[in-house]
Design a protein around this ligand. Structure first.
Ligand SMILES: [Mg+2]
Length: 228
């Protein structure tokens, strides 16, 4: 397998550059539930349902909250609160560093999180000097993946030609617009972490949408990049 036509490498951040077992995104998930619970003064079950419904409908919980005109959400405050998490479990990943470093062409981070969170995570993983730039949720005017206009904005602002670029993601639905716009797509299969019962409700069981067809479906990012 090789990818000679690829000139640009685009990576999602959370649950893509590290595994869900690191228990990072699950902390963000819990913070979102408690933010909603406090903001609307409702119990955590109801807050969780609102959170996931927004996520499914709008791409992120925040985008759904911002759509609720009756309840002023300060997006920056929301992002600050939910990203205030413990990154201790993240350790430097020299093998991932080596394979990313060896890729020829610029590498970018394309995340629905914040730049600050991405910088913190990349620093922990020992990858912080490898990327041209981080395109975050603020760069996207708070309009998250998988909204197609955000991909176009990303291409414009980074000067990327989607046809010679490849995108790595753990969420299948975020690869649909990428594919449509001409990118090569790689889905990283992840086990659903039930540590915090996030996906206990069957209604949300397919939240990762891992049945979406991608050019490559992999379970080991280092191995895949090593072979290319
Ligand atoms: Mg992700």
């Amino acid at each position: 397998m090789n990818l000679p036509s690829i000139k640009t490498w685009v990576f999602d951040l959370d649950n893509t550059l590290y595994a869900p077992e690191e228990d990072i995104f699950s902390q963000i998930d819990k913070k979102m539930t408690s933010f909603i619970s406090n903001h609307y003064n409702i119990n955590s079950n109801d807050a969780f349902n609102i959170q996931k419904e927004h996520f499914l409908e709008y791409g992120t919980t925040l985008a759904g909250l911002m759509n609720d005109k009756d309840n002023n959400i300060d997006p920056d405050e929301f992002l600050r609160v939910v990203h205030d998490i413990d990154l201790q479990s993240l350790k430097s990943d020299p093998n991932l560093r080596k394979v990313i470093l060896n890729l020829s062409g610029p590498k970018f981070i394309f995340t629905n999180g914040t730049k600050r969170h991405a910088e913190n995570v990349l620093e922990k993983l020992g990858l912080d000097d490898l990327f041209e730039s981080i395109f975050d949720i603020k760069s996207a005017n708070y309009i998250p993946k998988p909204n197609i206009e955000t991909y176009n904005l990303f291409f414009q602002s980074t000067n990327i030609d989607p046809k010679s670029s490849i995108m790595f993601e753990d969420m299948g639905r975020n690869l649909i617009p990428a594919k449509k716009l001409g990118m090569t797509t790689v889905l990283i299969k992840r086990e659903i972490p039930n540590k915090h019962n996030i996906f206990q409700d069957k209604k949300y069981a397919d939240i990762w949408g891992q049945d979406v067809p991608a050019d490559y479906v992999i379970d080991d990012l280092v191995k895949f990049l090593n072979n290319n």
